[in-house]
Structure formats: structure tokens, C-alpha cells
Design a protein around this ligand. Structure first.
Ligand code: LLP
Length: 404
């Protein structure tokens, strides 16, 4: 995104014209950024050509998954709905992995019928259930076991998944037991060790510790895993101050790991592929004087973008039309929802704004629309994909009649 003649643009299209044509709030994705992210991701790990399974939970737009699939990526899914979506987008089942602590009978059956690459199981009960269903269907099912390596990902506690207090995976003792259990289960073929320690990780050291834990457990079990699925979690820069993840160091830690273990690496990235491709365009409905600060009341709210209310996440806000007129007021950007947490950010310095101006909330491609809701019976925003000169509606704005 850059300013051209003081107008914020993406791929030469200015956000003001998009806002006027398609209305607000509107999610808008940049195809060229998506392509750049995928190519960079592949380049970072090219020496061992991993299988990259896009984490569908981060963005569940069918057209986005279709575009991602064209780059040869697979999918990481966590529900029957996500699996159906990935299949509808044309993702090859042999590139789909299924994670999650609570897969139901119906979900497991569906995954088996669709012959996906792996069901990454997270408990003994789940493995027993998979074995039972596979037996009924007279099939041998390929599974992974998710290890909880008790590694601190040094990220927000709400999005940490690899510590012993988290519900995900099994500890090393249990893992060892489950390997034995799988070896004795006729309808299970154990092919993968999976692990995912959290999201928005910006320090490579937790990944190094995770690899060490994985290496130790493989040595201890003395089992030959065809795949090691390292999950996702690679963080992005939501602000200019945030230090980027050192991919070189993560890559070399994996290369060292591969010297000791002959296996195929799987990744499940979400945010690092789609996060910075998305922008939420919103219009200022009112500006309300709140004494010490001014409330900039937007037409986008926590139902459209939940991350600030849910995690205290901060997304950069940019004016769609730039001016040099700096405001003397503190601005608090809020939505119209009847909750005090319906607030995006408070800024001490911003250009002077007026009612009906448009603003852009940045880096909302991951866990933006996918976490949205209809709270306060608000219809979900339109989604647009900007690809060079073409602008495509990739999801219509919901109508009130869809909801009532
Ligand atoms: N694999 C598994 C098993 C996961 O649980 C997740 C994310 C991913 C892969 C993808 O992680 P990523 O590369 O996107 O970091 N709603 C939160 C993030 C929750 C992440 C949940 N699991 C947020 O808005 O920050």
C-alpha cells in the first residue's frame, strides 16, 4: 500500500474509489502481496521443499483458497466445514491435514472418505475413535500424533498452544505410549509427528527449542516418521516497531534437524501468508467529543474485526486521504457496538479527521473476516480481491434479509 497524490492505494487502485463503489466496511485483499508472501515463504525453506498447507482458519474465503491452491499449496483444516471448503476450492486431498482436539465421529468419517493426507490426532481417545471408524470402513488411515513440547512460544498467552497447561497435543510420555498403541492398531498407519506451539511468533528461539524437543522424542521412540509437521505460527509486523521473525535462523535450525532425521517437513502457515494482504476500509459515521479525547465512531466494529477486543491486538490505522493537517486531539477509534471493548486503538497523533472520511485498518487478512460475527445483528462486510486492474467481489456483503 502506498500514497499516490495523497490517496492511499493498493495495486494502483485507490481505497476511496473502492469505498465509494462497494460501500463500507469492506475487506480488500491484494493479490500481488499474496503472491509475494507465498513466494517468499517457499524461498525461505527451498532447500528442503516442505509441503506447505495453508491454515484455512486464518481466512475462509473460497476465492482466496482457490488462489492459494494455484501456487501448489495444500490446506490445514480444523473442522468438516473447513475441509469441505478446501475440497471445493480444489485443494488436492493428498495435501490436506486435519488438526484439532475435538474431531467428531462425523468429521473423522468424512476425512477418511475423502482420503486426506493426515489426521493429526491429539489424544488417545481420538486415536481409538479413528481406529474404530477405520475398522468399520475397512480402511487403513494415515495419522499423525500432535506433541505438546511444553515450549513457551513467547507470544500472547491467548494464542500460545505448546505449553503443558494448554489443551493441545500430548506430552512426551503420552506420545511414546501412543506410538506403541498405533503400532498395534491394525487400521492405523502412523506417519507423522505434528507440533504447533502458537501464533504470531517473532522470535526464532522457541522454534529451536521446539525442534530440540521433537528431535529428542523421535530418538526416544525410535520410530521412523514419514512426516514432521511443524505447524505455523510465523508472526508478521503489525507495526513498524516490531522486529521480524528471522527466517534464516529458523531455516538453519530445521536443516540441522534434518541432518539427524530423514523426514518430509510440513508447514501450516496462516497469518504469514494472508495477514498483510488484507485491509478493512471504514467510514467515519460521527466524531464525538469525549472530553479528554475524541471518539472516532466508525462503521466497522468488533464484529467485523475481533482481534483488538479479543486479544488487545493493535492494527495500524491509516487515513485514506492524506493531509498535513495534524489534529490537536487524542483520537479513539471505536465501532458502533454496545460494548466498551468495541474499540480499535487510541492514538495521540493523527491527521485531522472529519465525519464521512474513510480510514484503512491494516493487516487484517488473517483472523479478520474468519473471526467475524453478526453480533448486534450486523451484516458481514463485502470482500474484494484487487488483482492488477481487476477488482473482484469475492464475497457479497450480507443483507439484513440473510439474517432475519
Ligand atoms: N496450525 C495449527 C494447528 C493452528 O492451531 C494454527 C493457528 C495454525 C496452524 C496457523 O497459525 P498461524 O500461522 O496463522 O499463526 N485468532 C488468533 C490466532 C489463533 C491461531 C490459532 N491457530 C489471532 O487473531 O491472532
Amino acid at each position: 500500500m502506498k500514497y499516490k497524490n495523497k490517496q492511499l492505494t493498493t495495486e494502483n487502485t485507490n481505497f476511496q474509489s473502492l469505498a465509494k463503489k462497494f460501500g463500507t466496511p469492506a475487506y480488500c485483499y491484494s493479490y500481488s502481496k499474496l503472491k509475494e508472501n507465498i513466494n517468499n515463504f517457499k524461498e525461505n525453506f527451498k532447500s528442503f521443499s516442505p509441503l506447505i498447507c495453508f491454515s484455512v482458519k486464518s481466512n475462509t474465503n473460497l476465492n482466496i483458497i482457490k488462489e492459494i491452491k494455484k501456487f501448489g499449496l495444500g490446506a490445514d483444516v480444523v473442522s468438516k466445514g473447513e475441509l469441505m471448503l478446501a475440497l471445493k476450492a480444489g485443494v488436492n486431498p493428498s495435501k490436506i491435514v486435519f488438526s484439532g482436539v475435538g474431531k467428531t465421529y462425523e468429521e473423522i468419517s468424512f476425512a477418511i472418505e475423502k482420503k486426506i493426507l493426515l489426521i493429526n490426532a491429539e489424544s488417545k481417545s481420538e486415536i481409538q475413535e479413528i481406529n474404530k471408524i477405520a475398522k468399520q470402513k475397512k480402511k487403513i488411515v494415515k495419522v499423525g500424533i500432535r506433541l505438546n513440547p511444553n515450549t513457551d512460544a513467547k507470544t500472547l498467552k491467548q494464542i500460545s498452544t505448546g505449553k503443558s497447561e494448554n489443551k493441545f497435543g500430548v506430552n512426551s510420555k503420552k506420545f511414546y505410549e501412543l506410538v506403541k498403541y498405533c503400532e498395534n492398531s491394525k487400521n492405523i498407519s502412523l506417519e507423522c509427528l505434528s507440533v504447533h506451539i502458537g501464533s504470531q511468533i517473532l522470535d526464532h528461539k522457541p522454534y529451536e527449542r521446539m525442534l530440540k524437543a521433537v528431535s529428542n522424542i523421535i530418538n526416544k521412540t525410535n520410530y521412523k516418521f514419514k512426516f514432521v509437521d511443524l505447524g505455523g505460527g510465523m508472526g508478521i509486523s503489525y507495526s513498524d516497531k516490531i522486529k521480524k521473525l528471522n527466517y534464516k535462523k529458523y531455516n538453519s535450525a530445521i536443516k540441522n534437524f534434518l541432518k539427524k532425521h530423514d523426514t518430509k517437513i510440513i508447514f501450516e502457515p496462516g497469518r504469514s501468508i494472508i495477514g498483510n494482504t488484507g485491509t478493512l476500509i471504514s467510514k467515519i459515521i460521527y466524531i464525538k467529543d469525549g472530553g479528554a479525547k475524541k471518539f472516532i465512531i466508525l462503521d466497522a466494529a468488533m464484529n467485523d474485526l475481533m482481534r483488538p477486543a479479543l486479544y488487545g491486538a493493535v492494527h495500524k490505522i491509516l487515513p485514506v486521504n492524506k493531509s498535513n493537517n495534524v489534529s490537536k486531539n487524542i483520537y479513539e477509534f471505536v465501532g458502533p457496538i454496545c460494548e466498551s471493548t468495541d474499540k480499535f486503538v487510541t492514538l495521540k497523533k493523527f491527521q485531522k479527521l472529519k465525519e464521512k472520511d474513510f480510514i484503512a485498518i491494516c493487516d487484517v487478512g488473517a483472523y479478520g473476516m474468519s473471526l467475524s460475527s453478526n453480533y448486534n445483528l450486523r451484516p458481514k462486510p463485502v470482500e474484494l480481491l484487487v488483482k492488477g486492474r481487476t477488482i473482484k467481489i469475492i464475497k457479497n456483503r450480507q443483507k439484513h434479509t440473510d439474517l432475519i
